[in-house]
Structures are given as C-alpha cells and as structure tokens.
Design a protein around this ligand. Structure first.
Ligand code: PEP
Length: 243
C-alpha cells in the first residue's frame, strides 16, 4: 500500500498527551492531522514537513454574513492543506445534504486545497444490498464543475455503521466498494481527477484490524477517528501501511 494518506480526524477532541507530544511521537512518519479549527495554527507550527495539516469542515460560501462559519480560504491562510467534507457526523447530526456538501467541495477546490470527500452507507442500506448504489449516488451528487481544475480529490469510504462503533468493514467488503467507487468516479467525474483520486477507508480502524484492510482492501490509506487520539496506536497504523 502506498503510504500516501493516513489521516487523523481528532473531531472535537485533542490527544490526551497534547499536541506537541503527539506530533513529536510521529517522528518521520508520513501522516496527516485534522485538529479542531482553533488548534490549526498550533498544529501547523508544531508539525514537521512529513505531517500534512488540514481541517475537519468548512463553509459552503466564500465570505460574508455567515455567523460562526469558517471559509476554505481562511483555512488555507491558517496553513491547512486539506479539508474533510461530507463527514457522516456532519451529514447526520448537522443535516448537511448532498447539495451543501457539493458547494463545500467546490469551495475547497477553489481555495487550492485538497478535499477529502466522505461517503458511505448506513446499516439499513447495506442490509438491503444498496451500499454500492448509494455510494455511487453520493459521488454523482458531488460532481461539481470545479473538479475540472482540481489537482487531487481524496475519497474516504466511511460506512456509517462502522464509525466509532468498534465494528469495522472487512478488507473484502472495502475492496468491493473501492472498486465501485472507482467505476463511479470514471463515469461521473472528469477523467483526470477521477484517475488520480486516492480511495481511503475509515470506520473503527485499529492496529488490531488494520492488516486485513491493508492486505485486501484495495485502498490507498485510512481516515481514522478514535485510534488517532493515541499516538502509539496511530503510529502503529502508519507502520502497518508499510507492510
Ligand atoms: C471517522 O470519524 O472519520 C472515523 C473513521 O472514526 P473511527 O475511526 O473512530 O471509527
């Protein structure tokens, strides 16, 4: 597996050991970290070249009267290099729909940042045999004109039933969806960006289950929540990706 993207999504947490010790513990590992907005500059200041820093969310507008929002341009000015958009917690807890997420995707591309677009089915959709169709639909809904000028867009397959539940998808399940994602990208997205798009998996990835996902998942990396709060566990994932 190319050690391209191992992204820590700290959500509304910080690692218990603190930002500095966490970043120090990463050593030379090529990883990416998405802290809460207000710690972005601290993480940028403390991160060496091998650590890519990004944000967990952004506004769907460029500027203006949008109280409480933060634009992709502002995140770039703080040193962010990527932005997660469409995380299922944004979709399900805060009611973000495909149209809003498409606008955020466009903003991130226009700011010159790398979007990490999250997609994934819920338990009912999987049980009904609709997982691949649902993920394809989410990609079609995200086919914004700005993709023509995007240098890279990362896709994170994050089945909702696996996020923060301790129930991860198996390598075989991930491989099936990863293939469907690549097909959908080739149909709905401009050829250049579709061909280059790394596909990640996220959902209860830990050092205990990562080997199966690396060996059989047909993916280019991971988006990690819970295990990214512990530098030892997160580093173990980076090591596993080299195997
Ligand atoms: C996530 O929230 O992006 C995620 C994958 O979380 P966890 O690893 O805790 O399931």
């Amino acid at each position: 597996m190319p050690n391209r993207y191992l992204i820590a999504n700290w959500k509304m947490n910080l690692p218990p050991e603190g930002i500095g010790p966490f970043l120090g513990a990463m050593g030379q590992a090529n990883v990416a970290v998405a802290p809460p907005y207000v710690y972005l500059k601290d993480v940028v200041a403390g991160a060496k070249q091998n650590i890519l820093v990004g944000a967990q969310n952004c506004a769907d507008q460029k500027s203006g009267a949008f109280t409480g929002e933060i634009s992709a341009d502002m995140l770039r000015d703080c040193g962010a290099r990527f932005v997660i958009v469409g995380h299922s917690e944004r979709r399900n807890i805060y009611g973000e729909d495909d149209a809003l997420i498409a606008r955020k995707l466009a903003m991130v591309i226009e700011a010159g940042l790398i979007p990490v677009l999250c997609i994934g089915e819920n338990q009912q959709q999987r049980d009904g045999g609709h997982a691949t169709a649902f993920c394809s639909d989410q990609l079609r809904a995200a086919a914004v004109p700005q993709l023509e000028k995007a240098s890279e867009v990362v896709i994170a397959y994050e089945p909702i039933w696996a996020i923060g539940t301790g129930r991860n998808a198996t390598g075989e399940m991930v491989a099936e969806i990863a293939m469907a994602i690549r097909v959908a990208l080739s149909i709905f997205w401009p050829a250049g960006v579709a061909r280059r798009a790394p596909v990640l998996y996220g959902g209860s990835v830990t050092p205990d289950n990562v080997d199966d996902l690396v060996a059989h998942g047909e993916i280019d990396g991971f988006l990690v929540g819970g295990a990214s709060l512990d530098s030892k566990k997160f580093l173990a994932l980076a090591e596993a990706m080299k195997r």
